[in-house]
Design a protein around this ligand. Structure first.
Ligand SMILES: Cc1cn([C@H]2C[C@H](O)[C@@H](COP(=O)(O)OP(=O)(O)OP(=O)(O)O)O2)c(=O)[nH]c1=O
Length: 192
């Protein structure tokens, strides 16, 4: 019987796996994300997902590790979690009125094999007023999220259009992850 270990402290990733009844336990990783310096968003999330997953040791034969990373990308810029209010303001004001990409990379690995994948979702934002942005920045929401917004919460009101997997924006391309997990003998539970 295989057992899934989520190498993540992101509450979103935990909620997403719970949503589809995938059983897991959490093993937090402490990889220093600033060590990955590439300016290419696809490479970045790939390398980060891999490094986060390798930062957690496989303790038993039957363990399967899932790790992931999400970034927002607009033109040549990559937005991770904002460092402070000014950083969050710069992100939001860049994103508003434009279409940006959200990339999530994930790795699933066992002692026998591994898979690494990157999923892209395009998100178009409405134009936002200064008042709207400043109000949003006074909430706690932007500060633990890539790009400084949460599509699953108040940030939903900024979104005009989305192309691709919604769940990818929240932190995991859920249906793709579930499909890949099958190859590692991890399946959703039946819960009544
Ligand atoms: C764009 C966007 C991001 N996010 C979140 C998903 C991720 O948790 C976070 C990006 O940071 P990550 O570094 O990918 O993840 P994390 O630091 O939260 O957790 P860990 O590294 O331990 O796995 O931004 C949202 O919740 N909603 C959104 O709309």
């Amino acid at each position: 019987m295989k057992s899934l270990i989520l190498a993540s402290s992101s509450p979103r990733r935990q909620e997403l796996l719970n949503q589809v009844n995938i059983p897991f336990t959490i093993r937090k990783q402490t990889f220093d994300e600033s060590l990955i310096r590439t300016s290419d968003p696809v490479e970045k999330v790939q390398q980060l997902a891999k490094s986060k997953g390798e930062n957690v040791s496989l303790l038993k034969e039957n363990e399967v590790i899932l790790s992931a990373d999400t970034v927002v990308s607009y033109k040549q810029q990559i937005f991770e979690k904002p460092k402070n209010q000014e950083d969050a303001y710069n992100m939001l004001s860049t994103l508003c009125g434009n279409t940006h990409a959200v990339y999530t990379g994930y790795m699933i690995r066992s002692s026998e094999h591994h898979v690494i994948r990157v999923e892209k979702t395009e998100v178009e934002f409405w134009n936002l007023t200064e008042q709207e942005m400043n109000w949003y920045l006074s909430t706690t929401e932007p500060y633990d999220k890539a790009g400084g917004y949460g599509i699953q919460q108040i940030g939903a009101m900024f979104v005009k259009k989305i192309k691709g997997d919604y769940f990818n924006v929240v932190g995991l391309p859920l249906s793709t992850v579930v499909r890949d997990l099958r190859d590692f003998s991890i399946h959703p539970e039946v819960k009544n």
